[in-house]
Structures are given as C-alpha cells and as structure tokens.
Design a protein around this ligand. Sequence first.
Ligand code: FES
Length: 122
Amino acid sequence: MTATTIEWHAVFGLDELWEGDFLDVEVAGEPVLVVHLLGGEVKAYQGVCPHQEVMLADGDWDEESSVLWCGGHRWEFDLRTGEGINPAGCTLYEYPVKVEDETVYVGVPQDGQRHYNRCPGT
Ligand code: FES
C-alpha cells in the first residue's frame, strides 16, 4: 500500500487569522473552512455544509465552545474535531494543516477523491 501524496498550499499568514476566528478559502478549487481555535491550533474542514451545501463560514460561531451552527438549518459542528453535534454522526471532512514560518498551509490529498462528506439520508 502506498501513502497518498499531499499537495500543500499556502493559504495566508497566521497574523491574518486571529485565534477564535475562521476564514473560508478556496484551495485547489475546493472550498475550505480554516479555523484558528482558542489555544492556537489551526484546523481545516470542507467549506460547505454536509446537509445542503450552504457555506459554513456564513454560520454562527461560538469561539469559546468551538461550536459552529450552519446558517442553513442550524446543524451544529464541533470545530475542534469536525464532529457533528446535532445531528450526531455527521462529520466534516478534515484537511491536513501545517503552520511554517507563520504561514498556514492546507494539504490536499492527491487521491482522486472529492474531499467532502455528505450525510446519508439528508
Ligand atoms: S445546509 Fe447546513 S444545516 Fe442545512
């Protein structure tokens, strides 16, 4: 089994995304939500909701709990993990992220797959 190659893309400087905030960006043609969690960790997820593809960056956000409510129908996601809270079990696709020299990079696996989860039955 061979490891999947990751193509890294510089998306912005870390000083452009303060702790407790998020940005939506396009990486290699894919919509991505990048969040800078309180405490310093940076995460990247699919940029559209797994329900009906509303942009997650248009939702409401509580930086203390790291919960994001989609602006479409109020589904809730924990942006520390990407896990769905309500409904449970609907997980956001998570991209690899690295921060080097104060620059945030999002990794796109070169696996020929769409990096995007939809929730069955929704
Ligand atoms: S589109 Fe996000 S909850 Fe419906």
